[in-house]
Every structure is written in C-alpha cells, then in structure tokens.
Write a protein that binds this ligand. Structure first.
Ligand code: 13P
Length: 347
C-alpha cells in the first residue's frame, strides 16, 4: 500500500550531504546524560533541550530526518507547534523510536534482546497519524573474547529486528534497522570485524526470510573499531577500510543507505571515520554512507546549554557546526582543520 512512499522516504533520508539526528534517548538515558552535566531531570527540561536542538537555524541543510522519543513527539516547541509538525515545516522528516529497550536475554548472562513487538502494529498506526515517516529499533551485542555474542543473542535479535521492519513497512514507516555491536571491551579490530560480519549476515538473512524490502529500509550499523580498552587502537583509515569491507560483504546493494551510530566514539573521531570511508571509497559504494549520531552530534551542545536559556545561542552554534562537519564527512570533504570552528564558539 505504501510502496512508493516508503521508497521515496528512504531516498530522501539519504539525500546527498545530509544525515540523521538521533534525539530519541529514552527518559532514563536522557536523564543520565543530563545528570552528568548538571541539568535538572524534568519533563520540561527534556522538552526545552529538544526545542533548543530542533529550532537551531540552518539545521535543515545538514539533516534529512530526526528520530524522536515517544514523549517528544507528543510535545511542542516553545511557540506551541508539535515537534513533528515543526520538523516537517522546515523540511526534515520526523521519525520515532519504536523499541522498548534491550532487556536481559534469558539464559544468557550479560546479553540482551530488544523488546517492543507486542502491540507494535497499533503503535505504528498512531505514530504515522502523528506525522512520523520512519522508525528505529536498536539491538545490542556485547563482545567478550570468543564467547560473546552468543548465537542465541545474534539470532533472537535478528528475528525481532526483521519482525519490526516488516511491521513498519506494512504501516508506512521506513524501518531503520540498528544492530549495535558495542565498542566496550578489549577486543581487536579483527574481532570486531568478525562479529559485525556474523551479526549483519544473520540480520539480512532474517530480513530476507520475513520479506522486508531492502530498498525501503535504512541500516544503522556500528563501525568496525578496536574495543575501547584494546591496547592497539586502529587508525582512522584502518577503521574506514574494515567497516566498508564488512558492509560490502553483508549489505545488499538495494539498501539505499547506511547511517552510522557513534557508539561512544568522540565527536571528532566519529566525523573522521565517516569522512575517511567516503573519501577513500567515493565512487565504489553502492549505498550512501552517512550519520545518525546522538552523542557525537549533541554532546558539545548539551555541555554548553546546561539547561540555561542564556546559553541557547552558543549551544545551537555548536550543534550546527557539528552537523555541518558531519555533512562534509558524508561527502568525504571534512578536514581536521575544520574543527577550529568549534573552538571559536564562546560559551
Ligand atoms: P549514539 O550516536 O550516541 O551511539 O546514538 C545513536 C543511537 O541512536 C543509539 O540507538
């Protein structure tokens, strides 16, 4: 029923030079980040924070879409416009987080399966009514030596991702399929590569089995990186080469694009990695490679804002610059010297 609309939305999400902002932190995650910088953890503060981000002048030149959380899609800007309508007015597609979080996987300590399938068809219909045109579901995989992730974790999460994606396409939302292999641990780049490959192969197998149309979805992968505690940290170029090699092995060319998560990398590193992939492989990629960052786009702005109206302008400038740098990276046109723009903002 929605075939043409879905394909057009997926293409629009991957428009040249644009990416996605993930602003869909659950209240728990958002509050945790607020606490770290001393912002009060109230509903109004979460609204004001999203208001600051989403009313940043010029942001529509860098963002094709924004992923919202349930609370936010029901809130309005300071001037009383529902956030989804505000985004549509400035040419940004509103999206919605559909999963209900990663919960302990029975019989598998330290592993999770993402929940939220019950009642999902009805929730999709409601969000479509509210203006959402794409959605997100995040599955999480932990690397621990050769032991984790388990087969059970890989298969149960792939099955749920595909059930979610099929329901989205039935209900008119482009599914962002997000299998996140966590950066935490002391694993090598090679181990990260092998895990990403196993995870992505099974995810695409399940998407195929469940008749999900590849041209009407977006993949949101993690990058193939060395674990945070690995003594041997891979270079920017090694990360770019390993990530693209892995995606080429696993991601069908019908998929319009991959929009990476930042996953705890520094803002600069997340931008540099994306840039290297696009600069090195510019004419050889069957899909668009862009960003769908939360922390790597927001962190400097959140730290500058601190919950204070007087800081809105500097926070918006920092957010806009980060978005512009990532827009450049999505075209392989970023250089580290461009970071000086960030330092010039007075907070
Ligand atoms: P990060 O970019 O902070 O990893 O968040 C992306 C995201 O949407 C996680 O689900």
């Amino acid at each position: 029923m929605y075939a043409q609309e879905l394909a057009a939305t997926a293409r629009a999400m991957m428009a040249r030079g644009k990416g996605l902002l993930a602003a869909d932190e659950s209240n728990g995650t958002c509050n945790k980040r607020f606490e770290q910088v001393g912002i009060p953890t109230t509903e109004e503060m979460r609204r004001a924070y999203r208001d600051m981000l989403l009313t940043t002048p010029g942001i529509n030149e860098c963002l094709s879409g924004v992923i919202l959380f349930d609370e936010t899609i029901r809130q309005t800007t300071k001037s009383g416009v529902p956030f989804a309508n505000h985004l549509m007015q400035i040419g940004i597609i509103p999206g919605i987080k559909l999963d209900k979080g990663a919960k302990p996987l029975a019989g598998h300590p330290n592993e999770t399966v993402t929940e939220g399938l019950d009642g999902l068809r009805d929730r999709i219909a409601e969000y479509y009514q509210m203006g959402a045109r794409f959605a997100k579901w995040r599955a999480v995989y932990t690397i621990d030596g050769d032991r984790l992730p388990s087969r059970s974790c890989i298969e149960t999460n792939a099955h749920a991702l595909a059930r979610y994606a099929a329901l989205c396409q039935e209900g008119g939302l482009v599914p962002i399929v997000e299998p996140e292999v966590l950066i935490n641990g002391n694993h090598t780049l090679e181990r990260s590569y092998d895990v990403h490959r196993d995870v992505l192969k099974v995810v695409f197998d399940q998407l195929f089995v469940q008749d999900v149309d590849f041209d009407k979805m977006i993949l949101k992968p993690s990058m193939v990186v060395s674990g945070l505690e690995c003594p041997q940290q891979a270079s920017v170029e090694d990360v770019a080469r390993a990530t693209v090699k892995c995606l080429k092995e696993c991601v069908p060319s019908a998929v319009p694009g991959c929009a990476f998560l930042s996953g705890g990398q520094s803002a600069e590193r997340a931008t540099a990695h994306l840039n290297a992939m696009n600069a090195i492989f510019k004419d050889e990629l069957p899909w668009t490679l862009t960003f769908s960052y939360a922390r790597a786009l927001q962190q400097p702005a959140m730290e500058a804002w601190k919950g204070n109206d007087a800081n809105v302008s500097s926070a918006q400038q920092l957010f806009h610059i980060r978005a512009k740098l990532n827009s450049a990276a999505s075209q392989g046109q970023y250089t580290p010297e461009m970071e000086t723009e960030m330092k010039a903002v007075t907070v």
